[in-house]
Design a binder for this molecule. Structure first.
Ligand SMILES: [Fe+2]
Length: 208
């Protein structure tokens, strides 16, 4: 299979962007309905766009479609800024959800390292699906661990997680998990985006 990929991700598999300036009111992520769904630690997720708009967290492939063309759920009405953030980017999106992650340790984060399965059912020749993050809570002592090789610490990088930081990760290429050192849950918006000229343009506009 051959997919369109972004040059900006070629070297490291991730790119840090500048902070989202307007900010987001905590009520948007705190008022949503969360589901018990474990991925990368002690987590709950609030689906904002799912495969067919239902309140569920399953991969789109479980419904026979690639992780593209997400449909807004009932949570979307509670987070207008997050919905606008996704739509303003102007890129074909799949799953959109907030993650709620309980505090953990670096050792636990290493045990949670995993690859995502973003491109199952992605048709040959289309854009490679990557994931973007908009960090919601201010967790400057926490970080996402990414590794090119799961078992090689020399391939490790840390992505800091202050409030409103934005970054894009090829999570089917890089092993990843968050070390969250706070005392309260960490929240972030995670969106699957299709690689292509539109995503490339947005990233170039958002570079620090
Ligand atoms: Fe993941």
């Amino acid at each position: 299979m051959s997919y369109e990929k972004l040059q900006v991700l070629e070297d490291t598999g991730f790119v840090l962007l500048r902070d989202f300036e307007p900010g987001v009111a905590p009520a948007e992520w705190e008022s949503m309905e969360y589901m018990d769904w474990k991925s990368g630690g002690d987590t709950n997720f609030a689906p904002i766009a799912s495969a067919y708009g239902e309140m569920e967290c399953h991969g789109f492939w479980d419904h026979g479609k690639p992780d593209k063309d997400g449909i807004w759920t009932s949570n979307a009405a509670k987070c207008p800024t997050l919905v606008k953030w996704v739509e303003d980017i102007g890129v074909r999106y799949g799953r959109v959800r907030t993650i709620k992650l309980e505090p953990n340790t670096y050792e636990e984060a290493l045990r949670n390292l995993h690859l995502d399965d973003n491109n199952r059912l992605n048709p040959d020749g289309e854009g490679w699906v990557v994931r973007s993050w908009l960090q919601l809570t201010d967790d400057p002592d926490s970080f996402m661990v990414v590794r090119e090789d799961k078992d090689d610490p020399s391939t490790e990088s840390h992505i800091p997680l202050p409030a409103m930081s934005q970054f894009v990760v090829d999570t089917e290429r890089l092993w990843h998990a968050v070390c969250h050192r706070g005392t309260k849950p960490r929240y972030a918006l995670i969106t699957s985006f299709e690689s292509g000229p539109a995503l490339d343009k947005w990233i170039s506009e958002q570079l620090p």
